[in-house]
Design a protein around this ligand. Structure first.
Ligand SMILES: Cc1ncc(COP(=O)(O)O)c(C=O)c1O
Length: 379
């Protein structure tokens, strides 16, 4: 067996990362909210058209901030897809919320908005949407249901930077939205994230709780003459060294997106006939959505075929991975009453989905090897 020659992911430099990190050190401001962090905030606000963006140490922490800001209390319920990363749920559960798991649509793998109203109770506080693979959820319907029931919408947009729904950027629909700049994302700084704030009433408190519950941000802007403890909080701001790395990637965003678009389409066209012949599902992007080319997945006919394909690829030195395990049947999910059968599509998709190697510098030759690896698999 060969060692993996084509990894699933590889962090790729876009250009000025090392130079900007050196500059951050020379600036003698390597703690949070230095010059590079402020540039990142301004870039996100201008590019996406959000009222306020705050860098965080991860998307997980941005989600924790969201739960804090919404004053989630024990007994509150949040509706959340079972088909997501654990942080979408955990951030709210650590504040005492009970997760109410919703199943997904078979086409986009996003939460099935037609099931929402059946899950709303007097205790429901928020709907947590996840734009899977950066393909937008049905936001018109979701926002209308939320408005009718007085619920807050939070977008976990970990996958979806630059994705659009009906012409507007994902991350601009909910009161709050979160981004991930983890190494596996289109634009990254190793570990990092951002909280996007679309409700102006939440802005000032967001700054405070990100700065350990103090009004230090107002102090730095000269708005108060000393800073002090004013609220609950923690430390969610990344070092300016990381922001410097990230800013170098922001600067090259269109180049990065261009590369990823090409990779995605090469997979799609290269696999279409094969997928049709062997009844393998390929990603679906509705006309209402523009996708950010975050991932390429395929849906095998069964768990057995998926495992056999993973093994076949491994022998060819190619790493292909799967996610997510349904949260409602996880150990924690079952403590909240989850049981097999609650989210049938999530359970099926989770067994069948396989993600192909996808990183900014994946070469044509490497991609040809991946395609060959898949096409040489015998069903
Ligand atoms: C949907 C979703 N939300 C949240 C996260 C957590 O992101 P981070 O690693 O930046 O905390 C991930 C991780 O990939 C994710 O897939």
């Amino acid at each position: 067996m060969s060692t993996n020659r084509i990894p699933f992911n590889k962090p790729c430099l876009a250009g000025n990362e090392l130079e900007y990190m050196a500059q951050a050190v020379q600036n003698q401001h390597i703690s949070g909210d230095g010059p590079f962090t402020l540039r990142c905030h301004a870039w996100l606000e201008q590019e996406l058209g959000v009222q306020k963006a705050l860098l965080t140490t991860s998307c997980t922490h941005a989600l924790e901030m969201a739960a804090f800001l919404l004053d989630i209390h024990p007994g509150d319920e949040v509706i959340v897809p079972s088909f997501t990363f654990v942080s979408t749920v955990n951030a709210f559960v650590i504040r005492g919320a009970r997760p109410v798991f919703i199943d997904i649509r078979s086409d986009t793998l996003n939460l099935d908005e037609t099931l929402l109203e059946g899950l709303i109770t007097p205790r429901t506080k928020a709907i947590l949407v996840v734009h899977y693979a950066g393909v937008g959820c049905e936001m018109d319907a979701i926002l209308e249901i939320a408005r009718r029931h007085g619920l807050i919408v939070v977008e976990d947009n970990a996958h979806g930077l630059f994705g659009k729904y009906k012409g507007s950027y994902l991350g601009t629909f909910g009161a709050l939205a979160t981004q991930s700049f983890h190494e596996t994302k289109n634009i990254n700084c190793g570990e990092g994230g951002a909280l996007l704030i679309n409700d102006p009433l939440l802005s000032e408190r967001a700054e405070i709780l990100r700065e350990k519950g103090t009004n230090r941000s107002r102090f730095f802007r000269g708005q108060v003459d000393k800073y002090t403890w004013v609220d609950l909080g923690s430390s969610y701001l990344p070092s300016d060294i990381l922001a410097a790395y990230l800013y170098a990637q922001f600067e090259k965003a269109s180049e990065i997106q261009g590369k990823r678009k090409r990779i995605w389409h090469t997979y799609f066209s290269g696999l279409q006939d094969w997928a049709e012949e062997y009844l393998v599902g390929l990603p679906y992007v509705p006309d209402t959505c523009e996708q950010p080319y975050h991932m390429f997945y395929i849906l095998l006919p069964s768990l057995e075929y998926r495992q056999a394909l993973i093994n076949h690829m491994k022998l060819a030195g190619i790493s292909a991975v799967f996610h997510y395990l349904p949260l409602h049947t996880s150990e924690m999910g079952m403590r909240f009453g989850g049981k097999p059968g609650d989210c049938p599509l999530t359970e099926k998709i989770s067994d069948r989905l396989l993600r192909l190697p996808f990183f900014n510098d994946l070469s044509d030759g490497e991609q040809a090897q991946v395609l060959e690896g898949i096409q040489s698999f015998r069903f």
